[in-house]
Design a protein around this ligand. Structure first.
Ligand code: SF4
Length: 194
């Protein structure tokens, strides 16, 4: 299957334009994000943990699984995302994670959601990352986050780079410390480069 077909099957390109998920914008290796669709056992467990915590939050009046969609003119693309939980009383956006480590991508994801929220609703919300396990919140982190207005040029720059890279799929491969776990490892252009 050629790369363009994969992009259209994932809903990233279509006759209506380009739709870029926030998770793709912040992905450590965008190529893997696009090409690998099957869920790992960790992802399935993460999904279950999300469902449990989000259900508890809904009972307490939080909004969960909040979809965001923001269309830019330059570059022409729509950024789409889904915030795990929003507390409107406390003006707080929460990203739920079921792993144990805080990665830079998680913080960037939160910053982009805050920026989108600001662009769409004109309000600045705080942001936290909650690490969950066994159906409860183990710890909460409130990382230092850039001002939402300062995020716009950063997002636009990253978006432009990503759109360019979609034309040369091998440029989307970014080697990282988890390549050895990647299902594409043996046929990945980056690892074949040595
Ligand atoms: S092996 Fe590494 S660089 Fe190649 S697709 Fe997988 S994660 Fe990306």
């Amino acid at each position: 299957m050629d790369f363009y077909t994969v992009l259209s099957e994932r809903g990233i390109v279509s006759v209506n334009g380009v739709r870029i998920p926030v998770t793709l914008l912040v992905a450590r290796c965008p190529y893997r994000y696009i090409m690998v669709v099957e869920e790992t056992p960790e992802m399935i467990e993460g999904r279950i943990q999300h469902a449990v915590i989000e259900s508890l939050l809904r009972e307490r009046g939080w909004e969960t699984e909040v979809k965001l969609e923001l269309t830019l003119q330059d570059p022409p693309a729509t950024i789409v995302g889904k915030i795990d939980a929003v507390n409107h009383d406390n003006h707080l956006i929460v990203e739920i994670k079921s792993g144990k480590r805080l990665y830079g991508e998680y913080v960037m994801q939160l910053e982009i959601y805050r920026w989108m929220w600001y662009r769409l609703h004109g309000q600045v919300y705080d942001g936290e990352i909650w690490f969950v396990r066994n159906g409860r919140v183990e710890y909460r982190i409130r990382p230092w986050l850039r001002d939402p207005q300062a995020m716009e040029p950063i997002v636009v720059s990253r978006l432009r780079q990503l759109l360019d890279q979609l034309n040369t799929p091998e440029s989307l491969c970014v080697r990282n410390e988890y390549c050895f776990l990647c299902p594409l490892y043996r046929r990945c252009p980056a690892t074949r480069r040595g």
